[in-house]
Ligand binder design. Structure first.
Ligand SMILES: [Ca+2]
Length: 147
């Protein structure tokens, strides 16, 4: 991966090799309790998913079993991703450090406006970014209005 830059309020780098990843600070440690939701605002030019890994005070390694993966849209447009960390029951205890893989691609570029962990789901949204996928939205049948 190319050099990590912080500018214009965002963290960015070129992806120049396999397994692009960035790691957060190893302190302070924090509790997973009350931080169920991951909210990342970022843009990426390639790849199809991102992944957040974590280590704990008891186990400092990063492993697939302590990670949550989510689909990204690689169109270089700013997007908000909201991820339920409780999808992995290992999101518990005291978190020592985070590792974030913004893409699984081996070339491209990413830029991250912010990474947040919150107790309240930031919002519920539908993006309609996949052709043919209405994300379960539908048009109700026409019917006479009541009264
Ligand atoms: Ca920012």
């Amino acid at each position: 991966m190319g050099g990590l830059l912080s500018r214009r309020g965002a963290l960015s780098a070129d992806i120049t090799g396999d397994d692009p990843q960035i790691q957060g600070p190893a302190s302070p440690a924090f509790s997973a309790t009350g931080r169920r939701w991951l909210h990342v605002r970022m843009r990426v030019t390639s790849g199809s998913y991102a992944e957040l890994f974590w280590s704990t005070l008891l186990n400092w390694s990063f492993t697939q079993s302590r990670s949550v993966r989510f689909t990204v849209t690689p169109d270089n447009a700013w997007r908000d991703y909201v991820v339920d960390m409780s999808a992995n029951s290992s999101w518990t205890g005291t978190i020592r450090q985070l590792r974030f893989d913004p893409s699984e691609a081996s070339a491209g570029r990413f830029e991250i406006d912010f990474i947040r962990l919150t107790g309240t789901r930031p919002f519920i949204g539908w993006e309609f970014d996949r052709p043919g996928d209405t994300e379960s939205w539908s048009a109700p049948l026409d019917r006479p209005s009541p009264g």
